[in-house]
Design a protein around this ligand. Structure first.
Ligand code: FAD
Length: 383
């Protein structure tokens, strides 16, 4: 017997998916345009994420989480992103990056201290990138100086998602620059630590409601018990966390693409030209069919990578392929959706122009499309 088909969900996942879908449509949908224009995500919706358990999907029930699976986190990100990719990325960073890293590498004391907060009311950020170190992330300039019972961190982080709302930061700094990447260390930083400040918020093309900020560390005092894992082993935590996180960016992008396709189908059934709905023209039908093929292929890649990860099997190449392909088709599908809507497609009165703007980031963060190809090529060439 083969395992179940990838898109056949167990009853529990199916119920979870329907709940998140309904919540996204009813509770987020009416606010999407206003949040995009204001460049601010409603605090009330973030509170609802916590109340629904969407911020602690994999956190064990003992710590106040849902005790769910990585695959469920993927389903949640997909469903939220079909309505608003900014909502998707908030839940994505919390679950598949920050919570996930703590579940894997935090000490029992660190888990007891932080996981209940992350499940209940504290938004988390993942702070790796800097102005001078993006794709080459371990060339970071932020330094951590050992002062006995604490470290002093100095530097600046850039592009940090969720930072405006976050109370907790999984932050990387180099504690031994002479050792290169082997000095990179993971720190658990609270917003209130002395010397820590959230700086400028970026004004972006897309994903505007999701906050992206600079972090400023000036002799930021981090107690030694807040080092996660070993000093100098942060590079492993950073890499392995992103390997998993990028499956969720794939989920964000397939959600976005599905959202665009649904808007295009609805419009094609309503809009009349030459005495017929435009969906009756084969030219439009073929465009919709291609969009559906693209969404389905990307979804299979994302679901497969997530299932491999949950099964404890290697998934590096599959995750890179899923992220690469989903972000490609998201931009293409949103662009086609605009064309199917014609002139109104590029106006803010319809949601597809926003999805098109939101799609662009998929090819950039958590490893650009080039960097995904670097990973895939290394694997297939055995380099
Ligand atoms: C909205 C947003 C949210 C983000 N959120 C976070 C976050 O929460 N936490 C965090 O740590 N970071 C975050 N980032 C940072 C993001 O991960 C980086 O922007 C990304 O890794 C690319 O780095 P860069 O912008 O410095 O581009 P660069 O690395 O300068 O790349 C520029 C171009 O050069 C290409 N390139 C670079 N090196 C190579 C190579 N070896 N081979 C081929 N091509 C190459 C790239 O593909 C790209 O096209 C976010 C960024 C944005 C825009």
């Amino acid at each position: 017997m083969y395992p179940e088909p990838l898109t056949a969900l167990p009853e529990e996942d199916h119920l979870f998916q329907s709940t998140v879908r309904q919540f996204a449509r009813e509770e987020i949908g009416p606010h999407v345009r206003e949040m995009d224009e204001a460049g601010v995500f409603r605090k009330e919706i973030i509170r609802q994420f916590f109340n629904l358990g969407l911020m602690g999907i994999e956190i064990p029930e003992d710590f106040g989480g849902q005790g769910g699976t990585f695959f469920q986190a993927i389903l949640a990100v997909e469903e939220l992103s079909a309505v608003d990719p900014s909502a998707g990325v908030i839940v994505d960073v919390q679950n598949t990056i920050c919570n996930n890293a703590l579940l894997r590498w935090a000490s029992p004391e660190q888990k007891r201290k932080y996981l209940p907060k992350l499940a209940a009311d504290t938004v988390a950020s993942y702070a790796l990138s800097e102005a001078g170190s993006g794709s080459d992330a371990f060339a970071m300039a932020t330094r951590a100086v050992d002062k006995g019972d604490h470290f002093l961190l100095t530097g600046r982080k850039l592009w940090i998602t969720n930072a405006a709302e976050a109370g907790f930061f999984l932050l990387f700094a180099n504690a031994n620059p002479e050792a290169g990447y082997r000095g990179v260390t993971a720190f658990l930083v609270e917003r209130g630590f002395p010397g820590f400040q959230v700086g400028k918020k970026e004004d972006k093309l897309g994903l505007r409601a999701s906050s992206t900020c600079e972090l400023i560390l000036e002799n930021c005092c981090v107690p030694k018990e807040n080092v996660m894992g070993e000093v100098g082993k942060g590079y492993k935590i950073a890499i392995e966390t992103l390997n998993e996180g990028r499956i969720a960016i794939g989920a964000q992008m397939i959600g976005l693409a599905r959202g665009a396709l649904e808007h295009a189908i609805k419009y094609a059934k309503e809009r009349k030209q030459f005495g017929k709905t435009i969906g009756e023209f084969q030219g439009v039908q073929f465009q919709l069919a291609q969009m559906a093929i693209d969404v389905e292929t990307a979804r299979l890649l994302v679901y497969n990578a997530a299932r491999l990860r949950d099964a404890g099997k290697p998934f590096l190449t599959e995750a890179a392929m899923a992220k690469y392909w989903s972000s490609e088709i998201a931009e293409k599908t949103a662009s086609k959706a605009i064309e199917i809507l014609g002139g109104v497609g590029i106006t803010r009165d319809y949601p597809v122009e926003k999805l098109y703007r939101d799609a662009k980031i998929g090819r950039i963060y958590e490893g650009t499309s080039n960097m995904q190809k670097v990973t895939i090529a290394k694997q297939i060439l055995g380099l």
